[in-house]
Design a protein around this ligand. Sequence first.
Ligand code: 6PG
Length: 254
Amino acid sequence: MHNQWIVKPNAEEVATAACEWLVESVQEALRERGKCSIALSGGSTPRRLFQLIAENELHCVDWSRVTLLWGDERNVPHDHPDSNYRMVREAWLDRAIATNEPRCIPRVCPVDIQVTAPDRAAFDYEQVICRELDFTLSSDDPDALPVLDIVLLGLGDDAHTASLFPETEAVTVADRLFVANYVPKFAAHRMTMTALLINAARQVAFLVCGASKTAAVDLVLHGPKQPLKYPAQLIQPRRGQLWWFLDTAAMPSR
Ligand code: 6PG
């Protein structure tokens, strides 16, 4: 399938467009399959999207049939300022929980962080992903994978996505769904879904804003195919649809 492009003048309008798309995609999944799974991205860009859901969309969807997973997470406790889970709680979930209406509250499955045992935590989260997606490995179809309905992704100015950072081990992993990835530039582990799992999803959406990302977007789209250097190039859904939500500042000129 060809990429779908949504380009807006500014980050606020990108978040608004992405929110409309996300709600429509969730409603479609609920109509077709009675449930929906979303892998959330971290960092700062998606915060406004999550705030818009909390402000405008809590009653537009039966969120109790929606499972939230994390596409990546920092190797820190959930109450740490860097926690992607904490960002989603503050931007969205606390307001949903405050409604005290089960229909407004998604099923939330954060990574159970074990700071001193990241590999263990990653292995455990793989089991969570398989459980939540009703997936069991079967010998008769060794290529089968759990299928997420929606994956949200950001893009770093170094062309990383999720926590698939340039020249790191997780970029080349082809037999895992979720791993602990040591990132030298942080001298720390990050927890991340692999490209294998992301590419099995039905819908994958990059949300990218700001002039600092233009060069990375250009490299991912038009640069030499070198996914170890530009990991976001790995994101090519096998059967799903890839969306790019960009503001004009992040849009390459060519
Ligand atoms: C994270 C992310 C990461 C993020 C990009 C963009 O945990 O940081 O998942 O991949 O999406 O680094 O981050 P910004 O949105 O803050 O620019």
